[in-house]
Write a protein that binds this ligand. Structure first.
Ligand SMILES: NC(=O)c1ccc[n+]([C@@H]2O[C@H](COP(=O)([O-])OP(=O)(O)OC[C@H]3O[C@@H](n4cnc5c(N)ncnc54)[C@H](OP(=O)(O)O)[C@@H]3O)[C@@H](O)[C@H]2O)c1
Length: 374
């Protein structure tokens, strides 16, 4: 197990190994009101969601992660359920390889993972229900009464168990950033007051995990929660989530990050004023900035769909070499997005996507033209 965690000094050291990228504005230091903020983070991060749960995909992912870490990407995003825990293990293998070779230090990289969904171990078992019964229900880790949609849980006991498993998969003593994965899934099953209580219990658990040195900070990684209209069933108000964190951890709580899809086809984080605070309406990017919460954008390429066929006006405004680069430039240049996460299971995509990061991000003036010029 590797000791340590991402630090200001370590991430600055990493940034300085890539002077050309540094000078092009590829590394950002997000303002964060408490704890582990202020790290130097790359403007694109490597995501590990897609791909088959097999050995060939494992090798390709490990190679892609090694290439990314060698080339200027120091944000890695995963979840325990991605590819039945294999993606976490691929990150662990890549980190171990580079650290053993003296090419990387633990404190240079932000490793982010998530829990909430039930996950298998490496492959789908012959009897999935039996697996969950033996592995989770009988040892008392999972209370079926607290399961939403038959697959989502965020109880203290379950989260503690998932943190232990993720540390083991990643080969790390400490996870830099731990997200509750799609907490809005619970809202399909339970009313708001029950959801609020469950989220508070989850945050209390994560505050304790910070104190114990198992995680450095936490957040919520979402799909719909911050992109839907207020009043929609799976909507979450970020100000309320921050209030819950304050109740759980006081003014110096460790709820420091949110993740939401942000791409050319899903720009709601910027364009939809669905966050109300003291009667003022604003987008979630503005809300996060007011709260000192760092935003990670996911699905930058809309799961690969934005790599071709974009309308010409986008390239004319952003001026990158191809559609994939324009889509990346859009997400990494958004005001308030620190890192745009791109799923990259192949090193060829890492090499190609890094090309975009040698170009400075679009200025706010250029970027906003995308919303007015057609
Ligand atoms: N709710 C959540 O928490 C949530 C939801 C969605 C995503 N995420 C995170 O965000 C990450 C990114 O989202 P995503 O993986 O769903 O989608 P994405 O980043 O929009 O797209 C990934 C897909 O694009 C392909 N690709 C990458 N670069 C390419 C290029 N230059 N040309 C052509 N194809 C390219 C990848 O292929 P290869 O894999 O073959 O390289 C992969 O199939 C995820 O991996 C995950 O870590 C979180």
């Amino acid at each position: 197990m590797l000791a340590g965690f991402a630090t200001i000094e370590g991430t600055a050291r990493y940034r300085d190994r890539f002077p050309q990228l540094r000078d092009a504005g590829h590394f950002r230091r997000p303002e964060c009101t408490s704890g582990g903020g202020q790290l130097w983070l790359s403007s694109i991060g490597l995501g590990t969601y897609l791909g088959e749960p097999d050995d060939v995909t494992d090798s390709a992912y490990t190679e892609a992660i090694v290439t990314a870490l060698r080339s200027g990407i120091n944000v890695l995003d995963t979840a325990i359920n991605y590819r039945h825990q294999r993606s976490e293990r691929n990150i662990g293998a890549a980190l171990r390889q580079l650290i053993d070779a003296g090419e990387l230090q633990r404190d240079e990289v932000l490793v982010c993972t998530k829990a909430g969904y039930l996950s298998f171990d490496g492959s789908m078992p012959a009897d999935p229900r039996g697996y969950f019964r033996c592995e989770y229900v009988e040892p008392g880790i999972l209370d079926p009464q607290q399961l939403a949609g038959g697959m989502h849980c965020m109880t203290p006991r379950f989260l503690e168990n998932q943190i232990e498993r993720s540390c083991h998969n990643l080969g790390l003593h400490t996870i830099d950033l731990f997200y509750v994965h799609n907490p809005e899934s619970q809202l399909a099953d339970v009313p708001h007051d029950v959801f609020r209580r469950r989220l508070k219990d989850a945050f209390i658990t994560l505050e304790r995990a910070v104190k114990e040195g198992k995680i450095r900070c936490y957040g919520v990684a979402t799909w719909n929660a911050f992109r839907v209209a207020e009043g929609t069933r799976d909507y979450i108000n970020l100000f309320e989530a921050a209030d819950i964190a304050r109740e759980a951890g006081g003014d110096h709580h460790h709820f420091q990050f949110v993740q939401l899809p942000f791409n050319l086809a899903m720009p709601e984080g910027y364009g939809l004023a669905n966050q109300t605070h003291a009667k003022e309406k604003m987008s979630v990017l503005t809300a996060a900035s007011r709260l000192g919460i760092v935003v990670m954008g996911s699905a930058t390429l809309h799961q690969g769909q934005l790599t071709h066929g974009l309308p010409d006006f986008i390239g004319k405004i952003l001026g990158m070499k191809n559609d994939a680069e324009n889509a990346i430039q859009f997400s990494r240049s958004a005001p308030g997005v620190t890192t745009a996460l791109i799923g990259m299971g192949h090193k060829e995509h890492v090499v190609a996507n890094l090309q975009a990061t040698f170009v400075p991000p679009a200025t706010p003036e250029e970027w906003v033209k995308l919303f007015i010029q057609r």
